[in-house]
Design a protein around this ligand. Sequence first.
Ligand SMILES: [Zn+2]
Length: 331
Amino acid sequence: MEQGDIQYLPWQADILRRALALKLQQHLPHAVLIDTTSEQDISSFARYLSTLLLCDKPDDLRTCGSCQACRMMQAGTYADFNLVTLEQNEKTKKINKNINIEQIRKLIHEVSLTRNYERLKIAAIYPAESMNKNSANALLKTLEEPAPQVLLMLLTHNSGRIPVTLRSRCQSWSLQPPTRAEALEWLEKQGIEAETADNYLQYADGDPVLAVQLKQQDYASLVAQFKTRFAQFLRGDLSVTDLCHGLLTSETSIIRRLINMTLMAYCYQASGVNANASAVPGADRRSAQALTDLQLKAQRQLQIEENNLDLQLQLEDVLISLKQILTRRLV
Ligand SMILES: [Zn+2]
């Protein structure tokens, strides 16, 4: 039978191997906290890890794809696996910012029920840092009195935001990012040639999955285009509105990344950290503080979702401020 869609990434192998070994030794903890520095959604990793732990005949780190657990996990019908995650608000259609207490109460109730199958029962919470205080407190009681044959899996991008009372009751597993060599090798397997892969890996701060996403959006062309147009804007040959219009055809996350990257480059240059950034004109040491402040401000201001007019206004504000800083010393 086909393996199906659920797969894992090579740099996730260590944690899978460790989990499987603990299962075979019957030493799996009641609760684990899995943290990652990557910004990528790791809910599919949670599913893969769970399937591997439930699978009757795993072959090394591959799930068999044909046992009852594999088939039902693949179909999303395995009753002893629950993943609690951020839900969509029915009215606004936006994704909620928190995992609310009702979701956690429901999960706790499900965990307390008798198992449907003679396997482990798994309850996963992702992103665990999105639990509010009440949710975390409710979960704490379950962690204090763990049920047998239940594995609670907390997955997070920021373990520091999880109450220490919760963290201290979980075994801590860290999902390490790939090394540069691993990332480049993987990108090559995705059909991206070496030089492009190297370039995009830099844009993605070393995260190869993000690098592929940026490549799909032709981020390099956007950067090149923005550089040209930004230079025109600095010279006064292009209005801020026109500069922003060119950007707003891209996804908000891409715009944020581009602006942040631009500000970072100026910050580095102004503070003398990165001599290679000398291609960007105008900044100097005295501007370093102003640029750092602007970068923090921009990160806050550009968090707006789905409201293009607001985004345009904020974007214009940031770019005008940047121009003022960069041209100040020329006045
Ligand atoms: Zn299986």
